[in-house]
Design a binder for this molecule. Structure first.
Ligand code: NAD
Ligand code: UDP
Length: 365
């Protein structure tokens, strides 16, 4: 049964344990006066979309993309690592709602699609409270899958290249099962994300849910947190300040960096792919480089006097990482197109502005 578009209940109903209204397939704000308008809205393709972790780095860019496409977006975030400033442009937009909520607790809303991004993503942040990290991935997945099942929503999981651990197969294809230390410092994140994938596929097999699993490889761009320890933000901030560039280990470990707008494009394409395509699918840029090469790019682009210094390699740090993106090309018609220098230039401009303004976005603000 469709919820009547004249029903005054907001499309996103929160904070109640009573049985919620059936899902709305379309939503718009404001009153509806004629049956013709109802018909037009119902056929406009406007969707109610939930983005968990929507105030974070990737989530905020995704919310913007969805709003710009005309959808109604509910951003759910507990501001553990996210920031209100990331979504400043959207606050007050009639199609945007923000809800402070922790996904480890059940959520009762009506939506058509769920992008499940809530989870701290940088090693410093996810290792700060590892038990909470596992809970966010596992309980969060259970709660969001339960919501998707109840309202018949399509649901996408922001999984990660970390499910491959320190890979023994290179480049990584989706059929590689990975090489993860289950008791190491990274396990709260890696195993939490692996368990979330398990839950997604069990809900698909057992309950026929429409699921999408995207394995995101290292992504960078504006709105990365300057102090979260990720390599691109660290190197750019260090280079702009003329401070030493901290290379962990000998810098020969590799990563493949994807610019944020490319990644958001992939997430939207994955969500809108045919129902028979569940993934998992690698989402990333397949140009691989060493961390030392990345440092040299950043120093050159910032025209920085910074010198390189060595720091110990963190435990279980993957030696090499490169996505095989054949499946994404074939099934999503998607390929990352932003060159590293172009993406780094935009990221550097963002951090220059952030540092000049003296703003240090702190998680929770
Ligand atoms: P981020 O830390 O900027 O964003 C995560 C968001 O989730 C933050 O806004 C945070 O406050 C929120 N959050 C954390 N725990 C929560 C909880 N219990 N309830 C509600 N909200 C919660 O990280 P990001 O880089 O934007 O990553 C987003 C997603 O993409 C994560 O799931 C991450 O695992 C995945 N991912 C990111 C990358 C990358 O390179 N950025 C790579 C692989 C996977
Ligand atoms: N790294 C580094 N210097 C830094 C931060 C990170 O050399 O200041 C290295 C880190 O050891 C890893 C790589 O850069 O080998 C990527 O680290 P990041 O935390 O960005 O991502 P992940 O390890 O999760 O891929």
């Amino acid at each position: 049964m469709e919820r009547s578009l004249r029903d005054p209940t907001p499309a996103f109903v929160a904070g109640t344990t009573k049985k919620p209204a059936p899902p709305s397939r379309t939503r718009r704000s404001g009153p509806y006066t004629s049956g013709e308008e109802d018909f037009a809205v119902r056929n406009s393709g406007v969707k109610s979309v939930l983005v968990t972790g929507g105030a974070g780095f990737l989530g905020s860019h995704l919310c913007e993309r969805l709003i710009d496409a005309g959808h109604d977006v509910l951003c759910v975030d507990n501001f553990y690592t996210g920031n209100r400033r990331n979504i400043a442009r959207l606050l007050g937009h009639p199609n945007f709602e923000l809800m402070r909520h922790d996904v480890t607790f059940p959520l009762y809303v009506e939506v058509d699609q769920i992008f499940n991004l809530a989870c701290p993503a940088s090693p410093i942040h996810y290792q700060h409270d590892p038990v909470q990290t596992t809970k966010t991935s596992v309980h969060g997945a259970i709660n969001m899958l339960g919501l998707a099942k109840r309202v018949g929503a399509k649901i996408l999981q922001a999984s990660t290249s970390e499910v491959y651990g320190d890979p023994t197969v290179h480049p990584q294809r989706e059929d590689y099962w990975g090489h993860v230390n289950p008791i190491g410092m990274r396990a709260c994140y890696d195993e939490g994300k692996r368990c979330a994938e398990t839950l997604f596929f069990d809900y698909w097999r057992q309950h026929g849910l429409r699921i999408k699993v995207g394995r995101i490889f290292n992504t960078y761009g504006p709105r990365m947190h300057p102090n979260d320890g990720r390599v691109v933000s660290n190197f750019v901030v260090q280079a702009l300040k003329g401070a030493p560039i901290t290379i962990c280990g000998d810098g020969s470990q590799t990563r493949s960096f994807c610019y944020v707008s490319d990644l958001v494009d992939a997430l939207v394409r994955l969500m809108n792919s045919p129902d028979d395509f569940t993934g998992p699918v690698n989402l990333g840029n397949d140009s691989e480089l060493t961390i030392l090469e990345l440092a040299q790019h950043v120093i050159r682009l910032c025209n920085s006097p910074s010198k390189i210094i060595r720091e110990p390699l963190p435990s279980d740090d993957p030696r090499q990482r490169q996505p095989d993106t054949t499946l994404a090309r074939e099934r999503l018609g998607w390929q990352a197109s932003t060159q590293l220098d172009e993406g780094l230039a935009k990221t550097i401009a963002y951090f220059e502005e952030t540092l000049a303004s003296g703003r240090q976005p702190s998680p929770g603000s």
